[in-house]
Design a protein around this ligand. Sequence first.
Ligand code: ZN
Length: 400
Amino acid sequence: MSSKVQTPGPQPQAASQASATSLSNEEILRYSRHLIMPEVGMDGQLKLKNAKVLLIGTGGLGAPLGLYLAAAGVGRLGLVDLDVVDFTNLQRQVTFGSSDVGKPKTAAAQARLSSLNPDIRIDTFETKLTSDNALDLFKDFDIIVDGTDNFPTRYLVNDACILLGKPNVYGSIFRFEGQATVFGMPTGPCYRCLYPEPPPPGLVPSCAEGGVLGVLPGIVGSIQAMETIKLILGAGDSLAGRLLLFDALAMKFRELKLRKNPNCPMCGEHRTITKLIDYYEFCGVRGEEAPASDVQVPEITPRELKSRLDRGDDLYILDVREPHEYQISHINGHLIPLGELPRRVHELDSSREIVAHCRSGKRSAEAVDFLRKAGFRKILNLKGGILAWSDEVDPTVAKY
Ligand code: ZN
């Protein structure tokens, strides 16, 4: 794996470690709306200036986190991300502009945050967070903020924080619902107290599969930024021990009390986990891009399908996506959403050859697997789904 770690700007060892004891006149002006509040004041602003916060992920949650923490004057921010800015990110990752598409996220975020606040230090780590580098990356920071969207990284961030005794400001989002809390405080619970075991692979879809309303990570990431600043200031009641649940459609906040589990393998009295493990194996996935299921089914490539259709072969195209996806783009398939397949299976003629497709080929693999178990023999999965069809056969079919 290639990884690039950059720590830009002059940073004499002694100077970077010494605590700032005063603000320049320009900083006093910049932070004046903080300074006039007794809860922050000069002491609080200096705490912010001396604080070191590591953001895991610079995406949807990372956007408000980075923007608000930089604007607030957190003196040192670390950004960990290996991705490059994708056009589909712009709907929610408001750190980035259209001209950033194709650039590394860490570099694009650093440029944006430096322009917002040139007085702070921003370290970029263009790498994937792994069991090999997590402890080394975390050790120089006071607070770790988890802005990722996958289970292996959540467990990894949790375990590394507990091993190092650092707070883990947690947030997660899905469609219209969000969660936030603070794990890893001395008397509070950790992520494993709440979720000892990861969910079965494929049970929880990602933003790419399930969608997310763009404002939602803005709200949840802002809550994480607020909790981070409160921890730095030592002000107010943190979310430690409480899981905040946000339902954007109902516009309701609820909270669940979280208790430290005395038998927690990570933070309990008799810790059984003493080092970082292979979290992809633990979560049953090979990586973020790993397919949702390990279903092995017969496949056909888009080009093979095109040539067979051109030849006039009698193929029945089954589209197992949702109706709103069909409206975005389609290839004239017969629409039966995956979830309705069991009760609508009679609509299919098992004597005809069927090619099932979805957006990327994951759901249709499950459909093919289901239909084979139901006795269908002549059935193929369109490899790569409608995305691959657009790439390889017909670019007028919109990708989403
Ligand atoms: Zn625990």
